[in-house]
Write a protein that binds this ligand. Structure first.
Ligand SMILES: NC(=O)c1ccc[n+]([C@@H]2O[C@H](COP(=O)([O-])OP(=O)(O)OC[C@H]3O[C@@H](n4cnc5c(N)ncnc54)[C@H](OP(=O)(O)O)[C@@H]3O)[C@@H](O)[C@H]2O)c1
Length: 252
């Protein structure tokens, strides 16, 4: 039986690239996201290679998540790898200028959504056992502070600690957990963060070589296909052109 990957946020960026990578490697796919048209187009394309099941699902709605997992067709039930990728940043301005709803949306998606999907699929992953993986997409923002990261970075710090804590509970089950933390990558991420400001998105990526979605998809596939006895706890991946900077000092 072929291996099955369940991907959240497969309509764009890392998630869509992961769907293509895993399909090219012969894995069956469960692809999810809110935008049905995109899911359908991707499913039409990749089902020429492997079995594909697509399901619209807003990770913020735990009932939708539970229903989507319950409704998995028999052939797609035995998930081998869960990629908790759906997520977003909003409000790049300072905390004191942010709309509270934007903070709540990030928590509802990046924290509560990721937790709901994990909870729904844990029994399956434990049943399938050795060689299964949960790949949680964190961010360098979960470790390194920067202006305008506020709740986004805090949600990714949650993803990191939740991943580590899951490992403690899952020891002995064969289920592996990884916090995969990318640096700057060119996807629709900045377009979403700026609420559709294409010029701001283009400016961020201009003149540098950011990560590409398939770089992270390849990393996901590497993590998911390591020998059963190896668990990557956390993997931080930056483009060569990105590094840290000095502390900011306010002067009178
Ligand atoms: N790009 C970067 O620089 C970067 C760096 C580090 C970490 N990350 C993380 O990488 C992950 C993927 O981001 P990306 O860069 O690939 O951005 P992207 O191109 O904007 O893709 C985000 C995906 O998340 C899905 N999503 C958002 N809210 C959702 C919801 N409520 N329910 C279900 N799906 C939802 C979107 O699908 P729908 O809109 O169709 O629902 C979309 O498929 C995120 O967790 C992000 O925080 C990105």
């Amino acid at each position: 039986m072929s291996k099955i990957v369940f991907i959240t946020g497969a309509t764009s960026g890392f998630g869509r690239a992961a769907a293509t990578k895993f399909a090219n490697e012969g894995w069956a796919l469960v692809i999810t996201g809110r935008r049905e048209e995109r899911l359908k187009t991707l499913a039409d394309e990749l089902s020429k290679l492997v079995p594909v099941h697509y399901q619209t699902m807003d990770v913020r709605d735990k009932n939708q998540v539970i229903a989507a997992v319950d409704a998995l067709p028999e052939a797609f039930k035995n998930i081998t790898c869960l990629i908790n990728n759906a997520g977003l940043a909003l409000a790049p301005e300072p905390s004191q200028s942010v709309d509270l709803d934007d903070w709540h949306t990030m928590i509802d998606t990046n924290v509560k959504g990721l937790v709901s999907v994990t909870h729904a699929l844990l029994p399956t992953l434990i049943k399938v056992g050795n060689g299964t993986s949960i790949i949680n997409v964190g961010s360098i923002a979960g470790s390194w502070p920067y202006p305008g990261s506020h709740v986004y970075g805090a949600t990714k710090a949650f993803v990191k600690q939740f991943s580590y804590n899951l490992r403690c509970d899952l020891q002995g089950t064969g289920v592996r957990v990884t916090d995969l933390a990318p640096g700057i990558a060119e996807t629709e991420f900045t377009l979403v963060r700026t609420k559709g400001d294409q010029a701001a998105s283009d400016a961020l990526y201009q003149g540098t070589r950011a990560l590409e979605a398939q770089d992270i998809a390849n990393t996901m596939f590497y993590v998911a296909t390591l020998p059963d006895h190896i668990n990557i706890n956390r993997m931080e991946v930056m483009p060569t052109d990105q590094a840290w900077s000095s502390f900011a000092i306010h002067r009178q």
